[in-house]
Design a protein around this ligand. Structure first.
Ligand SMILES: [Zn+2]
Ligand SMILES: [Zn+2]
Ligand SMILES: [Zn+2]
Length: 253
């Protein structure tokens, strides 16, 4: 199994528009972060996690010819507004989108022309599969197990794929859900900035506590803002099995 990071930035992306800080003006390509999204591939199956405003450029860069399904984490703009650009992947087939009820309602209200009996010609051919947080779904060659985390007050979805787990936009996880991460070898987890708390996103210091509990072989941060600091500098401050992900990074599991 392989995960490819298509984007590792927070909702504004990095550089942030108008900012001249050392991260936003860095020439290290690892400091440029499109909005968070990833591909999980195994056997003949390619799954996309989230589909934000940078989806088109991300998928052109990754040179992907086929996407079997989209897995949604939650309903925010930076995770779903690229759904219309799924059209090239749905010319000959319907694409399933796995989403919780809240996210499903948002997709239906943002893209009403993709649903209903009489569709506008040429629209993305998508179908929403409602998920719950206590089931495992077989999607092509991959077992997908959604679980629940909190984004501030608001429950959202994270995913486990065997020994890989992907969590974004989390500020809190309940102990019962945390136990679902037992045995994960590669953990992708969000970290907005180093230590200053935020009401809906965890920091590096908070994410390190979760990593310490799960004890994966390797952990990768995603959904980072420019205040996280320079990639090269922060990477040196982290435990040897913990890394900042960067756009284009591929990790084999
Ligand atoms: Zn986000
Ligand atoms: Zn900046
Ligand atoms: Zn969010």
């Amino acid at each position: 199994m392989k995960i490819t990071f298509l984007g590792t930035g927070t909702s504004t992306g990095v550089p942030e528009i108008g900012c001249k800080c050392e991260v936003c003006t860095s020439t290290d390509p690892r400091d440029s972060r499109l909005r968070s999204s990833a591909l999980v591939q195994d056997g003949n199956t390619t799954l996309l996690i989230d589909c934000g405003p940078d989806f088109r450029i991300q998928i052109l860069r990754a040179d992907v010819k086929k996407i079997d399904a989209l897995l949604m984490t939650h309903k925010h703009y930076d995770h779903l507004v690229g759904i219309d650009d799924l059209r090239p992947f749905t010319h000959n087939r319907e694409m399933p989108i796995y989403a919780d009820r809240e996210t499903e309602m948002q997709i239906r209200s943002m893209f009403p022309y993709c649903f209903g009996r009489i569709k506008y010609p040429g629209v993305a051919n998508i179908r929403i599969n409602s998920i719950d947080h206590n089931s495992t779904y077989r999607v092509g060659d991959i077992d997908v197990t959604p679980f629940r985390v909190f984004h501030g007050m608001f429950p959202i979805t994270a995913y486990r794929f065997g020994k890989l787990a992907y969590i974004t936009d989390m500020s809190y996880i309940e102990p019962g859900e945390l136990e679902k991460l037992a045995g994960v070898e590669v953990l992708v987890i969000n970290a907005l900035r180093f230590s200053k708390p935020h009401h809906t996103h965890q920091t590096v210091l908070e994410a390190l506590q979760i990593i310490d509990h799960v004890k994966p072989r390797a952990a990768y941060f995603t959904h980072m803002m420019h205040h996280i600091g320079l990639h090269a500098k922060i990477e040196k401050c982290l435990p040897s099995n913990v890394h900042l992900a960067y756009d284009g990074l591929e990790v084999e599991i």
